[in-house]
Design a protein around this ligand. Structure first.
Ligand SMILES: Nc1ncnc2c1ncn2[C@@H]1O[C@H](COP(=O)(O)OP(=O)(O)OP(=O)(O)O)[C@@H](O)[C@H]1O
Length: 268
């Protein structure tokens, strides 16, 4: 990654949860990973391997036991204060009493944007997610996929250079999910944001990612990194043999791993 600006740098991170009764859960062990500006990286691994924990450490929602994380060269705390990233997690987390537009505008409101600028930005985002006609609806009037789109629009509101997404499409049906994946690819191309994306779906990780990071069962360690070099991420890719090669490589890594720890899947 020489010469490419780094969005997130994770170095030798360990995380142990300690309960008041003296119990310990060693969640992450010596995790090191650099994510370049504009890069899409997925985290995949068995349940409980620490994917969400790692995400929470980057987002400064929890503290690490040892190691270092920097986000655009800052501490996670400073990056959080500076709103350097947008967050979209599995539960859309919309405020039920606010309209779609007011939910999207929430971070802008918190950060003191003028009403006119807020409206202009939420107009753009509503168009981007195709929900202009639903601007005045409330979340309980939307489908799961629509709510998720609103949550993603909200995470993009301040044009973050980094998106932290923890199973954002986990609750969606397969067709909506593929549609959302296509939208996310387009959004990333448009905004150039780096993404850290947690998923349980191998095809989803392969379709979206520049690199798929495979983690071991607890304590979570990085066991393999699969590089994917697809030039176009469109509907045709889903039927392409290179895509299936990627799926096979990730599946192989999840079930065993290669001695080298790094594999690549070539351009189609
Ligand atoms: N606040 C906490 N206190 C104690 N243990 C925790 C806490 N948060 C997570 N853990 C434990 O840390 C480990 C990693 O959890 P984490 O949620 O990061 O895994 P995950 O890979 O995201 O799992 P899943 O794929 O099921 O969402 C698990 O054993 C979990 O029980």
């Amino acid at each position: 990654m020489t010469g490419t600006p780094v969005a997130v740098s994770i170095a030798h991170v360990d995380k142990t949860f300690r309960s008041r009764k003296g119990g310990e859960v060693h969640a992450l062990s010596d995790v090191s990973l650099d994510i370049a500006a504009g890069e899409f990286v997925s985290l995949i691994g068995p349940s409980g391997c620490g994917k969400s924990t790692l995400m929470r450490l980057v987002a400064d929602l929890d503290g690490m036991t040892s190691g270092q994380i920097s986000v655009f060269g800052k501490t996670p705390e400073q990056a959080r204060k500076d709103q350097d990233y947008g967050i979209a997690f599995q539960q859309a987390g919309l405020l039920p009493w606010r309209t779609v537009r007011a939910n999207i505008e929430l971070p802008l409101e918190i950060h003191g944007w003028e009403p006119r600028d807020r409206t202009e930005r939420s107009d753009e985002l509503l168009a981007l997610i195709g929900l202009e006609e639903f601007a005045d609806h409330r979340p309980d009037q939307l489908s799961g996929g629509m709510k998720q789109r609103v949550a993603i629009a909200r995470s993009l509101a301040e044009r973050p250079r980094l998106l932290l997404m923890d199973e954002p499409f986990g609750a969606l049906d397969e067709i909506t999910r593929e549609h959302m994946q296509n939208e996310l690819v387009a959004l990333c191309e448009e905004t150039g944001a780096a993404v850290i994306f947690v998923t349980h779906s191998i095809p989803e990780a392969v379709f979206l990612s520049d690199r798929v990071v495979v983690m071991s069962p607890r304590p979570g360690r990085i066991t393999e990194i699969i590089d994917l070099h697809f030039t176009e991420r469109d509907e045709e890719l889903r039927e392409d043999s290179a895509f299936y090669d990627g799926v096979t490589a990730v599946r192989g890594a999840l079930h065993g791993g290669t001695p080298s720890g790094v594999r690549g899947v070539e351009n189609r």
